[in-house]
Ligand binder design. Structure first.
Ligand code: DUT
Length: 187
């Protein structure tokens, strides 16, 4: 049974519906546009939703794209998923982008433009250490497990896809991270 958490909502635009789940079992409650917006090809806009919420401490609201808008129009959430912090009391805004290269996307007031997924969050207590515990994966990432023809390392590239001898990503100076080597660990 899904846990239901009460969330106070302020209607900044009384004519618009509250965020709502379209079907039982849906993870995301739809957010609607509070304004008409036209997104030219490649264009983006911060679209108001007409609602402000007060999530309880220990929860986050994630602003996810709607797959229908993405598949049919090429429109998605630029910063997906947007993070609505428990302490945020302003209007929820949706940063929409039109990835279509030719066709403008018309968003009308009242259109469902994104979905808000409310989740519990844990806070980490970051503890500096000299060495991290070993793991099977080690430092391998960025396609190190293959699964696609384009992920097979070509000669002269490192396992994470960079040219051998090219600069490590910013902040990555440790040799075992810079060359993407993995460590075989028993167990
Ligand atoms: O899609 C989004 C993402 C964020 N927000 C609001 C709620 C969130 O709590 C606040 C700040 O977001 P975030 O922390 O992602 O932004 P930032 O760029 O780090 O700004 P800040 O310095 O204000 O935290 O903006 C939205 O309305 N929509």
């Amino acid at each position: 049974m899904t846990n239901v958490v009460p969330v106070p909502v302020r209607r900044l635009d009384p004519e618009l519906p509250l965020p709502a789940y379209a079907h039982p079992g849906d993870a995301g409650a739809d957010l609607v546009a509070a304004a008409d917006v036209e997104l030219p090809p490649g264009g983006r806009a911060l679209v108001p939703t007409g609602v402000a919420i007060a999530l309880p401490e220990g929860y986050v609201g994630l602003v996810h794209p709607r797959s229908g808008l993405a598949a049919r129009l090429g429109v998605t959430v630029l910063n997906a998923p947007g993070t609505v912090d428990a302490g945020y009391r302003g209007e929820i805004l949706v940063n929409l982008i039109n990835h279509d290269r030719e066709v403008p996307a018309k968003i009308s007031r009242g259109d469902r433009i994104a979905q808000l997924v409310v989740q519990r969050v844990e806070r980490a207590d970051f503890q500096p250490v000299a060495e991290l515990p070993a793991s099977r994966r080690g430092a391998g990432g960025h396609g190190s497990t293959g699964g696609h023809a384009g992920l097979v390392p070509s000669p002269g590239t490192t396992p994470d896809g960079r040219r051998e001898g090219s600069a490590a990503p910013a902040g990555r100076q440790s040799p075992d991270r810079a060359d993407g080597r993995t460590e075989e660990v028993a167990g």
